[in-house]
Design a protein around this ligand. Structure first.
Ligand SMILES: [Zn+2]
Ligand SMILES: [Zn+2]
Length: 1014
């Protein structure tokens, strides 16, 4: 017998019970063990930063990963699911800085790097227990016991090996170049990480004059959005081949002036102002023309303040003349290299103006903008000032306005491998289909070298040593090498700063002293290398590394294309000449009720526990899978997840508890797997064959969706199936379970229900792993102790093509449609289903459909509670059918029929599309009597429930009724007794201890009483 099941599901109790069962029986470990030796399905888990509480977005990622991995396990693959913790990086440093009240690098160094890093180390995994608790509760199977952590010496050594490899290939280099720079963090950032940190702000649009040296009444008209770059300006660039023009205009303070600008800009700059157009010429004619320098705080060490030519100047923007500040702009820096211009550094490392720039000395660069504009205005150089919408980059760690700054930076020469990176990306399938792959291709096409040096503290130190005497540099790729070069045994050394900085090497060139460069590596480097470093490859774990590379599947939010996915792909191309992952599922982000992204910075984080504690993990997961395509943003609230419970979990549980209760009453146990399904022992009926056909179709569809990493396709069809299973198959089959004298038919119904429930559990296992396990433990384990101990160890179900009958499915579709039409006609007539009617006449559109109605007449008569059904097809041009209702012929126009205007007595119509039903509503005495019996039976069943009787318990019935009703009760005496499991019907006042109720039928009052037979 099955374990009895309560119709009320206590979700949290059930789920926690399963989690305990998994834990105590080590189901995860055993499932892995079982698959050892099977083909590997390779998965990379991105190391997670546990410096904060996990939020709902993390549930999304973990849920998606889990579903596809569980699916692969059920398909016979071995999956290594090793957790990882990302323990380095700016967010951890920032957290410690805030704790200590520090806000600059000087303060950190004053405090001491050793203690600072020690605190980072403690802080890195501060919330690891919360992460582990959530991971387990949402049933994400990952090996937490053997998780790797990125701050270990082994990880550092693997990363060093890689950097040395890149160094030997000439790909790791140091150069003076313009990079995005955070003045608060005091470090360069990479272009790809900055690309996602732009914010819309109000910016400035400034036009100003630069009078020519030889003719001060003529000025260059210049436009800028960054006034703070002007003190560092050394030249003006024009496009050599575009047209420029001199215009003449009145000045507001009197007199006339001449301005030079691009011809294309005249209309936008002067709008309606009448200006006199002068000479037009090509930009190259302006070459070398000198203008008066705007500021003279520093004297440049090379000739400056003249016009240079540059084809990148956009003559449709601003004035078509660009001022050149090589220290703050990549393009300007390139002009400097091409034209031999000087560079003027005006900003210190903390983002403030240097002391030489007296009026603004010590001011944060952006704060100097208004002062510089005021200065231009005072000197009569300001032409126009406006505000514009602008998008400006901010540090994604500390939210400080970034600047682009020329400085010595360590970079990876990724651009050298651009073509190869794009070619290898063609080996990767990006899911869902769409434009994410193209975006990534585009990103690779516009890639710039990866600025990976960070002038910070808590991260993997760059393994490059620099000679203080001859500036020879070398990279170290292993501990053995470092021991050898330093002449010390350093195996006990913490390889972090500041300890590693104290390791000195004697220069092989000049015997001078070599010191490590101060930079650490961008944190994305080590996460991109997690697949290598977690095995301490190449120093250990060669076999496992080789069996675990590249990944068959990874999953990340779309914005990781600029970080983790980028670093995985770049490093894999440069080091292994291979793609790093073959399938990637990209995720969107979760939004709150107002549609805002849920994120730390928005302050609208909500704890996943708010949902889990209410509705459990399975419904939460199901909601995430079935609502949106994974890459679309998804709204989330506890109420939305509650809908899943209401519409899916509970109906499924109801079917399950119905099945268990009934089979236990009959002491039914499932036949062994080997007995032929649908054999002569229990011939399936029409409905059974149909639901089995639909079930096999479902297995086919869901399997194909899993293969395509389609979470919606793997879940929504199950939900749709559940609806027809519960609301059609089971509803239509209920009587077969209760009052079925036909044993083989009952067997057929049980076996169909059992097969369907068990198959559904397997299909649900990857998505709702807890509920699926609960069902399996009872449906299989409680009757067969020899079976596998968990549903997650089972094979994925295979569909049987010979059981799929498309024609039958279509027929049932039509039957359901006609039934629903019949119900609308009943609604129109205001006659409840329990009142039998004599006939329903359907108008259908083909002979096949007519046959279908004939074939399934029993279902339709039963469903609509009519004595007979018939079908016609309209004939002739007019599409008219003649139906005979109650001996009376009616002509019904089927096209454009308006049921409201067709009201013959005793006939009610309903139509939809090309289908129509005519319902005979004439009530004979017999029909009324039958309706009464139905009502009576139902009232008695209600009383049974109220009295707390279980199915199968026998009762005595008492009634008091006027004459007409009494006669009917007598007439249907036997039927009432069978249906209600009564042993007698007494026409007397119910005893005092009986459960009673009074009901009205046909204006007559009937009193009912019920007693349990003891
Ligand atoms: Zn910053
Ligand atoms: Zn040297």
């Amino acid at each position: 017998m099955f374990k009895p099941v309560s119709p009320n599901l206590h979700i949290n109790q059930m789920e926690e019970g399963i989690l305990r069962f998994w834990r105590h029986n080590q189901i995860f470990e055993k499932t892995n063990e079982l698959c050892k030796g099977s083909p590997e399905y390779v998965f990379f888990e991105r190391p997670i930063s546990a410096r904060n509480q996990p939020d709902v977005n993390h549930v999304l990622g973990r849920a998606i990963k889990d579903m596809f991995l569980r699916y692969r396990t059920m398909n016979g693959y071995h999956v290594v699911r090793r957790a990882g913790w990302d323990a380095h990086g700016p967010p951890i440093e920032l957290k410690v800085e805030r704790q200590l009240g520090l806000n600059s690098k000087q303060q950190i160094e004053g405090y001491g790097i050793a203690t600072f890093n020690e605190l980072c180390w403690h802080s890195a995994l501060e919330f690891i227990l919360d992460w582990e608790r959530l991971t387990e509760r949402i049933a994400y199977w990952v090996d937490l016991d053997n998780a790797y952590i990125t701050y270990t010496n082994d990880t550092i050594e693997s990363v060093w090996w890689l950097l040395k490899n890149l160094w030997d290939k000439g790909l790791l280099y140091q150069a003076f170049k313009v990079v995005p720079y955070c003045p608060r963090c005091g470090t360069p950032l990479s272009y790809h990480e900055v690309a996602q940190s732009y914010k819309k702000t109000e910016g400035l649009s400034v036009f100003f004059r630069l009078p020519l040296v030889d003719d001060p009444s003529t000025s260059l008209l210049i436009w800028t959005a960054k006034p703070w770059t002007l003190p560092g300006s050394v030249a003006v660039a024009v496009h050599p081949d575009k047209d420029y023009i001199i215009i003449e205009r009145d000045q507001s303070e009197g007199g006339r002036e001449r301005l030079i600008l691009a011809k294309d800009c005249v209309a936008t700059v002067f709008k309606d102002e009448p200006v006199e157009l002068g000479e037009t010429f090509k930009g190259k004619k302006l070459r070398g023309l000198q203008y008066r320098p705007l500021f003279t705080f520093l004297v440049p060490d090379k000739p400056a303040h003249y016009i240079v030519l540059d084809e990148f100047v956009d003559t449709n923007r601003g004035s078509g003349l660009a001022h050149i500040s090589p220290a703050f702009n990549t393009q300007d820096f390139k002009v400097l290299m091409d034209c031999g211009l000087p560079i003027l550094q005006t900003i210190a490392e903390d983002g403030t103006f240097l002391p030489e720039f007296r009026p603004w000395s010590g001011k944060f660069f952006k704060d100097a903008d208004p002062l510089i504009i005021r200065d231009l205005e005072a000197r009569g150089l300001l032409f126009r000032l406006e505000t514009i919408d602008q998008s400006y980059p901010y540090c994604w760690h500390c939210n400080t306005a970034l600047l682009y700054l020329a400085r010595e930076t360590w970079s990876l020469r990724t651009t050298q491998y651009q073509d190869r990176m794009i070619a290898l990306n063609q080996n990767t399938n990006w899911h869902p289909d769409g434009n994410i792959k193209e975006h990534f291709d585009y990103q690779l096409k516009s890639d710039q070298d990866w600025a990976l040096g960070r002038e910070r503290y808590w991260g993997i130190p760059l393994p490059v040593w620099d000679c203080k005497s001859c500036h020879h540099q070398l990279a170290v790729g292993s501990m053995t090498e470092l021991n050898h070069l330093s002449g010390r045994d350093l195996h006990e050394l913490d390889l972090h700063r500041p300890y590693i900085d104290e390791v000195l090497i004697s220069c092989p060139k000049c015997k001078g002293q070599m010191e490590r460069v101060k930079e650490i590596a961008d944190g994305w480097l080590e996460t991109g290398l997690a697949s290598v470093a977690q095995w301490h490859f190449p120093f250990e774990g060669e076999d496992i590394f080789k069996s675990q590379y590249p990944a068959d599947f990874i999953c990340e939010t779309s914005d990781q294309t600029r970080s983790w996915l980028y670093s995985l792909h770049v490093l894999s191309t440069l080091v292994f000449d291979s793609e790093a992952f073959r399938n990637v599922v990209c995720l969107g982000s979760i939004r709150d009720n107002e549609g805002r992204k849920i994120a730390e910075v928005s302050g609208n984080e909500f704890s996943p526990w708010e949902i889990i504690n209410f509705h459990g993990a399975d419904a939460f997961r199901w909601y995430l899978y079935s609502t949106n395509r994974p890459n679309q943003d998804c709204r989330l609230s506890a109420d939305l997840v509650g809908e899943v419970v209401r519409k899916f979990t509970l109906p499924l549980w109801n079917v399950y508890s119905f099945f268990i209760t009934n089979t236990n009453l009959d002491q039914w146990i499932p036949p062994s797997e080997h007995s032929p399904f649908g054999s002569e022992a229990y011939p399936l009926n029409n409905l059974d064959r149909w639901v089995i056909s639909e079930l096999n179709l479902l297995v086919k569809d869901v399997t194909s969706a899993y293969g395509n990493f389609d979470s919606i396709g793997a879940t929504q069809p199950i939900q749709a199936f559940m609806d027809i299973f519960s609301n059609w198959y089971l509803r239509r089959s209920r009587r077969r379970f209760h009052k079925n004298k036909n044993r083989t038919d009952k067997q057929a119904a049980y076996i169909t229900l059992y097969t369907t429930l068990l198959t559904l559990s397997k299909l649900l296992a990857p998505a709702m792993p807890l509920l699926a396990e609960e069902l399996y433990q009872n449906l299989v384990r409680s009757v067969d102790q020899e079976s596998k101990s968990s549903i997650h160890m089972l094979d994925w179900p295979r569909f049987k093509p010979n059981l799929i009958d498309e024609k039958h499915n279509q027929e049932m579709q039509l039957v359901k449609r006609l039934a629903s039409l019949g119900h609308s006609a009943r609604n129109r007539a205001g006659i409840k289903v329990r009142q039998p009617l004599s006939e329903a006449i359907f108008v259908v559109s083909s002979m096949d459909e007519m046959d279908c109605v004939k074939k399934h007449a029993e279902i339709l008569t039963d469903e609509l509670n009519v004595k007979r059904v018939e079908a016609f097809i309209p004939t002739g041009e007019e599409k008219v059918v003649e139906v005979i209702i109650d001996g009376q012929p009616y002509q019904i126009q089927t096209e454009g029929n308006d049921p409201d205007n067709f009201n013959p007595p005793k006939v009610v119509l309903a139509s939809k599309g090309s289908y129509l039903v005519a319902l005979n509503t004439e009530l004979t005495a017999d029909l009324i009597g039958e309706g009464f019996v139905r009502q009576l039976t139902r009232e008695i069943q209600d009383l049974r429930k109220q009295a707390g009787l279980v199915i199968g318990e026998q009762i005595q019935i008492y009634y008091q009724a006027p004459a007409w009703t009494s006669v009917i009760i007598q007439e249907y005496h036997d039927q009432i007794m069978t249906e209600t499991l009564a042993i007698d019907l007494h026409a007397t006042i119910p005893p005092r201890e009986a459960k009673t109720r009074t009901t009205v039928f046909n204006n007559e009052q009937v009193t009912l009483g019920l007693m349990k037979v003891t």
